[in-house]
Design a protein around this ligand. Structure first.
Ligand code: NAD
Length: 463
């Protein structure tokens, strides 16, 4: 795909225009930010049908799941409601030895942000960080994924109609476009995508010491313990894996079930797959397609190992893969070495909870971890003895839509986090301000120091 700029500027010119606009101070005004967010909201409402149609064109998304893209609007509404309070100075208390005076945290915008997105939720994952960037008072340049071209077109139209390019602009294009943008100096780079490209982004940003947020992927395990409600567990896992045909960064990647429960869980999962997608899932109107042939071939290649329990059918011309349960897979198989990112769910077993925890802790830190258990002690054990970007107990995916929860990875699954106030903070510099009066100026800290050590020691609590 060739680079198309939304206006007749080169990237460096566009960036300079945004820098100049930022320097006017216009974006610092809270009224301006709120007005821009309202305009964005109106644009999303206006384009909702096109957004859903684009998700269908790019990913074969059923309309219901297409509305997950439009659903970016609910975070936007949350931000509109709370922005005034987030933007206020945040007063902090002064230590006694610093009084009199006052101190506070003054959130201020960073400048110009670059936002690079993936193809799997191609609209939502551009709009959600953009909302944070605008809310915090920044300018932004967006680079959506070239692998979801229909959504990229809708985003380009929406952005061009809604914003002055000196404030928010969108550049369509592929890898070279992303690289050309990354060569420029931004004040923040917000990237959503895979681990490999995350490293490229971080390296490019390091040339300018630009801070990055990296929203990456990884394998998100799903532990099922013997006391879980099996029917509800199966409903939720099949839903979370089926959504967007498993092409969701926080989809349950694999199931780790206590061995005595495996036959019953497999039966419940099979029944749910049939209930959701019918006897012939290729005919189901509720199943997305794999984004492209490259991803399709990779996923079908993973089916070489293990025993297929249900599913396994695929059709390259339609990029269709049936929801598939598979067992007999070992930790060394390719399926367990990489993020699956498709509708294939391996079922592995454990004997003791400690064994499950240890298996997870030996591997890169997951973006999400799911636990199905009613037992409080089990829940506490997993909370306190594992690490993951997020942990969701007795459900899947939904933690992403609790706007007060920071969303992001840890270790290999990402750096930084966002959503709600966490987006506002990510795109802000939290400036420390200390203010002192002139009317009192004690002598004890100034040279000559002779005879002042005792007073200093008293301040330090040492005598
Ligand atoms: P990707 O890393 O291949 O591409 C993401 C973006 O980077 C695209 O816009 C692409 O044009 C650009 N890009 C690709 N190669 C580049 C290069 N060499 N230099 C600079 N830019 C480059 O990711 P993807 O395949 O679009 O998305 C899938 C991945 O994203 C999965 O790993 C998934 O888990 C992850 N993801 C994470 C989240 C999250 O919130 N943590 C959300 C969605 C997807």
């Amino acid at each position: 795909m060739t680079t198309t700029l939304v206006a007749p500027f080169s990237m460096a010119d566009l960036l300079q225009r945004q820098r100049d606009f930022f320097a006017t101070g216009a974006t610092r005004d809270l009224g301006f930010r709120l007005a821009q967010l309202q305009k964005l909201r109106a644009g999303i409402v206006r384009y909702q049908d096109e957004i859903v149609a684009a998700a269908k064109a790019d990913l074969g998304r059923p309309a219901f799941e297409g509305y997950f893209e439009v659903g970016a609007i609910s975070e936007l509404d949350y931000v509109l409601k709370h922005l005034r309070s987030w933007a206020r100075p945040r007063k902090v208390s002064l230590p006694l030895n610093q009084k009199p005076g006052s101190a506070w945290v003054q959130p201020e915008p960073l400048g110009v942000a670059l936002i690079i997105g993936p193809w799997n939720y191609p609209f939502q994952l551009m709009i959600s960080p953009l909302v944070g960037a605008i809310a915090a008072g920044n300018c932004a340049i967006l680079k959506p994924s070239e692998l979801a071209p229909a959504t990229s077109r809708v985003l380009a139209k929406l952005v061009a109609e809604t914003f002055d390019p000196a404030h928010v602009a969108l550049v369509e294009g592929g890898v070279e476009t992303a690289q050309a943008l990354l060569a420029e100096r931004f004040d923040h780079v917000f990237f959503t995508g895979g681990e490999r490209v995350g490293k490229v982004v971080m390296q490019a940003a390091a040339q300018h010491l630009t801070p990055v947020t990296l929203e990456l992927g990884g394998k998100s395990p799903c532990i099922v313990t013997p006391d879980a409600d099996l029917a509800v567990t199966a409903r939720r896992i099949v839903w979370g894996k089926g959504l967007n045909a498993g092409q969701t960064c926080i989809a349950p990647d694999y199931v780790l079930v206590q061995e005595s429960l495996k036959p019953a869980l497999v039966e419940a999962l099979k029944q749910r797959i049939q209930a959701c997608y019918g006897d012939n899932p290729a005919q189901s109107p509720d199943l997305s397609r794999i984004v492209n042939e490259g991803q399709f071939d990779r996923l079908v290649g993973l089916l070489d190992r293990g025993n297929i329990l249900i599913g396994g059918d695929h059709n390259r011309s339609e990029r269709f893969i049936a929801p598939t349960l598979i067992d007999g897979v070992t930790w060394d198989d390719p399926m367990m070495q990489e993020e699956i990112f498709g509708p294939i769910l391996p079922i592995l077993t454990y004997r003791t909870l400690d064994e499950a925890i240890s298996a997870i802790n030996q591997r890169p830190k997951p973006l999400a971890l799911y636990l199905f258990s009613k037992d409080k002690a089990t829940q506490d054990r997993v909370i306190h003895h594992t690490t993951s970007g997020s942990l969701c107990i007795n459900d899947v995916i939904l933690q992403v839509a609790v706007w007060d929860l920071p969303f992001g990875g840890v270790g290999n699954s990402g750096i930084g986090h966002y959503h709600g106030i966490h987006s506002f903070n990510t795109f802000s510099h939290l400036k420390s301000v200390l203010k002192k009066p002139f009317w009192i100026d004690l002598d004890w800290r100034y040279p000559p120091y002779d005879g002042k050590i005792q007073i200093f020691k008293r301040f330090l609590g040492l005598s």
